[in-house]
Design a protein around this ligand. Structure first.
Ligand SMILES: *Cc1c(COP(=O)(O)O)cnc(C)c1O
Length: 480
């Protein structure tokens, strides 16, 4: 039964809804609109509910257990955020309403712009982009527009360190610019000599993730920003890892010119199939006139109004961004306050370092850059002595049997057999310990019962998939 598709539960004549009697005269539906061959399932309400609840129970979620997906900040989503987003004053309005009668909603957006600017050290923010990658595209288009405005339209090159998320080179390419990859040095920082060799008059700018996707703070960040600025370039900050630095340092103060926030990562709104994201973009004063519009501003009487930045790159999304997500993140920021946000980052870094220290002590899994403190995430390698036929994929799949969502695997690409673990601040020490214990048990199994790992998972609704085929040939409905 649990494998059934909803069409298979169908039986002729079963009905799931009772329509009220019409209060207008009945008319025949035009023939052309009726499709006799359309196979809609006939099924009772009870069966529909059971079908979907059953399916939902086959899914893993942050509300079920530990979800240490590196570079994704899968933190707990506080339920108070949901209550606020469902207030009728927010749900029963329309983006095209006269600003005079939606001042409250506009104030939330205005305050959110101001709070994000304060958190990351910027002068202006647009809430429009729908996700991190969309924020990146917006940011790169802004950098290109600024260069054209400066009379530097010949510039066509964006430098991207090799530890970057794949979205960085992708968004640069989408905006018509050329990507040049910069290698990392042995200590995990950007290779400064390689960087200097690529800095020239063709530079639009650099995209940098700090803390990097190696889970490390880029120690030369100020010098890197200075070098790019001296050559007339701009610095894009990938803000996906903001959870490590809130209240401790600000990208804008370090020399970053434009940065995206992932509200669905740092600011606890649902993601990973749980709902839409939001990727606001913050900029320094020189770039503010280029932001996508409209943004919320105030008029002389203090009323909230829609304003178009003078040299705006235009809209990047219909209406005003994912408003429901913005309310959730706004609630999260107001619930924690400035001190609370700093505490979040300190705890996130502490949790990751706890895992790093315990795994180093255990000695089974090589810790990448284990000679440095990590930030909010730690990278280990699925390379076990005495179990050479076991790979990261096997370990990740076996973790499912222990009740954990696997960490991010094989990313960043520059660490062989990488497993990227981001615990976040919302996990207890008991959870961290049981996860570490599971990794220790799995290391033992790898040496004595490797077949158990090669064929894992054994307790999931479905076993080992062909990962490529599963992604390319999704089976969404059983064919007749
Ligand atoms: C998640 C992530 C992105 C992309 O953000 P989305 O919201 O998923 O589009 C970009 N860079 C890094 C480092 C990330 O972790």
């Amino acid at each position: 039964m649990s494998e059934a598709f909803i069409y298979e539960l169908s039986a002729p004549g079963r009905i799931g809804v009772e329509m009220p009697a019409p209060d207008v005269p009945e008319t025949a539906i035009p023939e052309a609109y009726l499709r006799a061959e359309l196979p809609l399932p006939e099924i009772s309400e009870n069966e529909v509910v059971r079908h979907y609840v059953r399916l939902s129970q086959q899914n893993y979620a942050v509300d079920i257990g530990f979800y240490p997906l590196g570079s994704c900040t899968m933190k707990y989503n506080p339920k108070v955020n949901e209550r606020m987003a469902r207030l009728p004053g927010y749900t029963d309005i329309h983006p095209l309403q006269d600003p005079l009668i939606v001042q409250g909603a506009m104030q939330v957006m205005y305050d959110m712009q101001e709070m994000l600017a304060e958190i990351a050290g910027f002068d202006a923010v647009s809430l429009q982009p729908a996700a991190g990658a969309h924020g990146e595209l917006t940011g790169v288009l802004i950098m290109r527009a600024v260069q054209c405005h400066r009379g530097q339209s010949h510039r066509n090159k964006v430098l991207v360190p090799d530890s970057a998320h794949g979205t960085n080179p992708a968004t640069t390419t989408m905006s018509g610019l050329k990507v040049v990859e910069i290698p990392s040095a042995a200590d995990g920082n950007v290779d400064m000599e390689a960087l200097k060799a690529e800095i020239d008059d063709d530079l639009v700018g650099l995209m940098i993730t700090n803390p990097s996707t190696l889970g490390l703070f880029e120690q030369n960040i100020v010098e890197i920003c200075d070098l790019v600025h001296e050559a007339g370039g701009l610095v894009y900050g990938d803000g996906a890892n903001l959870n490590a630095i809130m209240g401790i340092t600000r990208p804008g103060d370090l020399g970053i010119d434009v940065l995206h926030f992932n509200l669905h990562k740092t600011f606890s709104t649902p993601h990973g199939g749980g709902g839409p994201g939001s990727g606001p973009v913050g900029v320094v004063a020189e770039l503010a006139p280029f932001l996508p519009g409209p943004v919320v501003g105030t008029d002389v009487e203090g009323a909230f109004v829609w304003q178009w930045p003078e040299h705006s790159i235009g809209r990047v999304r219909s209406f005003h961004g994912n408003f429901g997500v913005i309310i959730r993140a706004y609630t999260y920021i107001r619930m924690h306050g400035a001190e609370g946000l700093r505490q979040i980052s300190e705890d996130a870094v502490l949790n990751a370092n706890y895992i790093q220290a315990r795994l180093a002590e255990m000695g089974d899994y090589p810790v990448s850059h284990g000679n440095r403190y990590c930030m909010h995430e730690v990278i280990i390698q699925g390379k076990l002595e005495g179990a050479e036929d076991i790979h990261t994929l096997d370990i990740a799949k076996r973790l499912i049997d222990y009740g954990f969502h696997p960490p991010t695997i094989y990313f960043p690409l520059i660490v062989p057999e990488a497993m990227m673990i981001e615990p976040t601040e919302t996990e207890s020490i008991e959870t961290l310990d049981s996860f570490i214990d599971a990794l220790a048990d799995i290391a033992g199994e790898a040496r004595t019962e490797s077949e158990l790992l090669h064929t894992a998972p054994h307790k999931a609704p479905i076993g080992r998939l062909d990962e490529v085929q599963a992604a390319r040939k999704l089976v969404l409905a059983r064919s007749a």
